[in-house]
Design a protein around this ligand. Structure first.
Ligand code: ZN
Length: 261
C-alpha cells in the first residue's frame, strides 16, 4: 500500500472521480436486499435523494451517517457502498444513512452544488433546496446518540477528524483514529485548517460560538444530537487507502456504540 501523498492535487482535488448515480444504485440494491427501509429525501425541485434506515436488534443507540455533501470527495460514498456490500453494520444499533447529499456536484466534479453553493456552509442561510429538504428530512427523525459526516480533504497529510462535543461526553474520536491508523497515515499536524489539532483530532467546540456559515454538523449539534464527528480522509492518497480509512473509522465507531448497550 502506498503511504505517501501522490502530490497530484494542485489548487483543488484532481484525483479519481465516481459516477454517483451508479454507486447509489449499488447501495440501493444492497440495502433493499438486506432489509433496510427506504427513507428518501424529497426536494422542492422534484429530485429525490436516497436515504435508508434500519432498526437494530434490542437497540438503544441511534446513529446517523451522511456523506457526499461535497462533489469532489468521492471516498465517503464509496466507503458506505463497501459497508453495505460487506454488511459491516453491527446489529445492536438503529441506523440512518444519507449516502450522497450532492449528486449533481459529483456529476460536475465540484465541491459545490449546481448553483455554486457550498452546501456544507448553508445550514443557517438555507439557500439551497437540498439543505431545506435535508432539514425537513431530519425533522422527521428522532434525535441521535451521535452523528458521522464523511468527508475528504485534498490538502491533508493523513486522516483526521473534527469532534463537536459541547457537553464533553465520552468521545470515540481516539477509537476512530486508532482504527484508521492501521490502514492510512494520520495527519499529526499541530494545526489543520487553521484550527489546533492533536493526534489527528480537532475539537471544534470553539467554532460553535463564532461561525455564521453553518456546516451540516452545526445543524445536527443544535437540533439532533450532542456529539458529532466529521471524518476527513486525505484525498491526495490512493482511493483504496482513503476508502479504507473511512470504513475503518466508521466501523470502529459503530462497534463501540453497539457494545455500549
Ligand atoms: Zn467535505
Amino acid at each position: 500500500m502506498v503511504m505517501q501523498r501522490l502530490g497530484k492535487n494542485i489548487g483543488s482535488y484532481q484525483g479519481d472521480r465516481i459516477q454517483a448515480t451508479e454507486v447509489l444504485a449499488r447501495i440501493e440494491k444492497f440495502a433493499s436486499a438486506q432489509g433496510w427501509q427506504k427513507e428518501p429525501m424529497p426536494l422542492e425541485n422534484g429530485l429525490i435523494l436516497p436515504g435508508f434506515r434500519r432498526a437494530g436488534v434490542q437497540s438503544r443507540s441511534r446513529v446517523y451517517i451522511s456523506s457526499g455533501i461535497h462533489g469532489d470527495e468521492p471516498a465517503g460514498v464509496l466507503a458506505l457502498c463497501q459497508m453495505f456490500q460487506e454488511k459491516l453494520w453491527p446489529k445492536g444499533l438503529d441506523l440512518w444513512i444519507l449516502p450522497c447529499l450532492n449528486p449533481r456536484g459529483f456529476d460536475l466534479g465540484t465541491r459545490e452544488n449546481e448553483d455554486g453553493l457550498d452546501l456544507n456552509r448553508d445550514y443557517q442561510s438555507l439557500k439551497a433546496a437540498v439543505t431545506r429538504g435535508h432539514i425537513q428530512w431530519l425533522q422527521k427523525q428522532p434525535s441521535f446518540d451521535f452523528t458521522l459526516c464523511l468527508h475528504e480533504d485534498w490538502e491533508a497529510h493523513g486522516f483526521y477528524l473534527y469532534e463537536l462535543n459541547p457537553d464533553l461526553r465520552p468521545s470515540i474520536s481516539e477509537k476512530m483514529i486508532e482504527a484508521a491508523r492501521k490502514v492510512c497515515p494520520i495527519d499529526l499536524s499541530p494545526e489543520i485548517e487553521g484550527r489546533k489539532a492533536s493526534g489527528g483530532i480537532i475539537c471544534a467546540n470553539p467554532d460553535l460560538l463564532k461561525r455564521p456559515d453553518w456546516p451540516e454538523a452545526f445543524y445536527l449539534i443544535h437540533h439532533k444530537t450532542r456529539t458529532t464527528y466529521t471524518l476527513e480522509s486525505p484525498s491526495d492518497f490512493p482511493m483504496n487507502t482513503r476508502v479504507a480509512a473511512l470504513v475503518a473509522a466508521v466501523t470502529a465507531a459503530l462497534e463501540f456504540a453497539a457494545l455500549e448497550n
